[in-house]
Ligand binder design. Structure first.
Ligand SMILES: NC(=O)c1ccc[n+]([C@@H]2O[C@H](COP(=O)([O-])OP(=O)(O)OC[C@H]3O[C@@H](n4cnc5c(N)ncnc54)[C@H](OP(=O)(O)O)[C@@H]3O)[C@@H](O)[C@H]2O)c1
Length: 276
């Protein structure tokens, strides 16, 4: 970054993120994008509260964060679609740290299906997992952020909010509601110095991507590997994202460097979305 002191020539200063000793919840963080976001925040010196449904991978992330970055970590196993458990978790995090500065909402994705194959229970589940869980986290953390007049909420959705994918009809539909929520909360909580933004990843090399490739191969014929090659060729950058590349956008939005950005959806999709 370029900045000027009282001399006439510009000097370069580093991109200090202001994240040291802040406290961040990163939901659904034992694998993939959530895990990468947790590690990237820990690298900035942020203390963490993590969750996932299963303990094995979560314990590995906990251990890695403590060993590598020396920050505090609190972790719990539960389903983010369970509103009561989300609220209990947020209360426990606040009891432990006395503050919650950042909340990164995340979850698994709904199944890949074409519209006529979807069932009503799948629509209910998608709503609970990918929209209502964000409401649960936001409802629980925002009062604590208001108390300190500082906060960052970053939701993780998908590029499907801008560029719907036919077999991801559940994701296309339910996640669009997250944008309405993010935009509305950004307006309401701006006066509290709380920013609320959405990160929309494109195709990212995680277990979820492997599952999607497998589903597509079953639907359309061919192999998952063929489908992955086909998708990669359709992306302007000609490759999938690494989860760490999505995490960089999350860290930036959580940092002091994004202090005047709120209510936005940041696509990290390698150029897949072709609109203006
Ligand atoms: N990968 C992509 O190409 C891509 C693209 C666009 C959007 N996304 C979206 O980004 C999000 C993260 O995807 P990812 O690729 O990082 O997935 P991933 O590698 O499969 O990791 C998912 C993580 O979420 C946890 N999780 C899943 N369901 C949960 C639940 N109900 N409650 C609590 N934790 C839960 C998993 O742990 P447990 O299984 O132990 O719970 C795991 O830690 C998903 O919503 C996905 O749809 C992914």
């Amino acid at each position: 970054m370029v900045c000027c002191d009282d001399r006439t020539d510009p000097i370069l200063i580093s991109m200090e993120t202001g994240l040291r000793d802040r406290v961040a919840i990163v939901a659904a963080s034992s694998k993939g994008i959530g895990r990468a976001a947790a590690l990237a925040l820990a690298a900035e010196g942020t203390h963490l509260a993590l969750c996932a449904r299963n303990s094995d991978a979560l314990e590995q992330v906990e251990e890695e964060v403590r060993r590598t970055y020396g920050v505090s970590v609190y972790a719990d196993t539960f389903d983010v679609a369970d509103d009561l458990r989300v609220r209990q978790f947020v209360e426990a995090v606040h009891r432990r740290y006395g503050r919650i500065d950042i909340c990164v909402t995340n979850a698994g994705g709904p199944p890949a299906k074409l519209f006529l194959e979807t069932t009503m229970p799948e629509w209910d589940n998608a709503y609970q997992l990918n929209l209502r869980s964000i409401v649960s986290f936001a409802h629980a953390v925002l009062p604590y952020m208001q108390q300190r007049h500082w906060g960052r909420v970053v939701t993780i959705t998908s590029m499907t909010v801008k560029q719907p994918v036919p077999e991801l009809i559940l994701s296309n539909s339910v996640r669009a509601g997250v944008l309405g929520l993010v935009r509305s909360l950004a307006t309401q909580f701006g006066p509290d110095n709380i920013t609320i933004n959405n990160v929309a990843p494109g195709y990212t090399a995680t277990d979820r991507m492997k599952e999607l490739a497998q589903s597509k191969a079953q639907m359309a014929g061919g192999t998952a590997a063929q489908y992955e090659t086909e998708i990669a060729q359709s992306i302007p950058l000609r490759r999938f994202a690494q989860p760490e590349e999505i995490a960089d956008a999350i860290v930036w939005l959580a940092s002091e460097r994004a202090s005047y950005i709120t209510g936005q959806t940041v696509l990290v999709d390698g150029g897949v979305y072709r609109g203006l």
